[in-house]
Design a protein around this ligand. Structure first.
Ligand code: 4NP
Length: 151
């Protein structure tokens, strides 16, 4: 099972999603993250994401930003979009119905009424802790599904 977390910049939300899901699953599940935009390629996650992860006992400083590419459709079974913009961007890159089927909105997993993980990059008031909590809930559901072979 190979799971890819995708947001816009791959420095705030998807690195957290990657770190959180890794902490809830064993190593035979391969988890990675990428951004639809390439502005920060090669960089560490945003310091605010590193900080909130650390607060919850997770170290995400091994991660480096990379840009999503269409080969990711071949290399992953499930591609989780953090918000509906990422979802639409990914759909527009899909080459086939099979690619499209792999794309899911991560918050649909936790049955949230609001389906976007808010982008906290330009507005910290949206809250990195809030983002962490939303992703933690969704990743609990995903990890449970993995463990019961429902994914
Ligand atoms: P992310 O946040 O998609 O959660 O990583 C962003 C990071 C950087 C930018 C946008 C969103 N940016 O425009 O550089």
């Amino acid at each position: 099972m190979r799971i890819l977390m995708v947001c816009l910049g791959n420095i705030c939300r998807s690195p957290l999603a990657e770190g959180i899901l890794k902490s809830k699953t064993n190593t035979d599940i391969f988890i990675d993250s990428a951004g639809t935009g390439g502005w920060h390629v090669g960089q560490l996650p945003d310091a605010r994401s590193i900080e909130v992860a650390q607060k919850h006992g997770l170290d995400i400083t091994d991660q480096r930003c990379r840009k999503f590419n269409t080969e990711d459709f071949d290399n992953f079974d499930i591609i989780y979009a953090m918000d509906q913009y990422n979802y639409r961007d990914l759909l527009s890159l899909a080459r086939s119905a099979q690619d499209k089927q792999k794309i899911k909105l991560i918050l649909k997993e936790s049955g949230a009424s609001h389906l976007d993980v808010p982008d906290p990059y330009h507005d910290s008031k949206l809250g990195f802790e809030n983002v962490f909590q939303m992703l933690d809930k969704a990743c609990d559901v995903i990890a449970n599904k993995i463990n019961s072979n429902e994914l």
